[in-house]
Design a protein around this ligand. Sequence first.
Ligand code: DQA
Length: 147
Amino acid sequence: MTKPIHILNGPNLNLLGTREPEIYGSMTLADIEFACEAHARQIGATTVFRQSNHEGQLIDWLHDANVNASAVVFNPGAFTHTSVALHDAVRAIEPPVIEVHLSQTAAREPFRHHSYIASAARGSITGLGLDSYLLGIEAAVRCVAKQ
Ligand code: DQA
């Protein structure tokens, strides 16, 4: 893979570690970034890891990924359940997008049961904590290999 996998994170994920640890665990976003980078390296990929609390910034990063990434691993946070604009941006770009979530959203409040991203993404991995990201990276590599 010549281009990196872009790992994009949405709102409030910068607070991981202290934010509702009974749901999201005790790892910080920096811990997740470190683990993703190491896992990607083991399977011959590189990563660019980003987080924003702003929907427009995430849209700009998806557009950037269209040019500069081989694939995207995307945790849109709460925008998952609200954002037609992110759905459209995922549909608009060429590289495969794997949606990931730390928590099992289907087992949580009803407002988390619908994802605007799932129908635009190549696939979704939810509920496995850090492993959602690591499996998301593996899925991204496998999608790119099949192209
Ligand atoms: C989340 C699930 C979302 O419902 C929530 O708003 C988040 C985190 C997850 O990774 O489990 O911020 O995307």
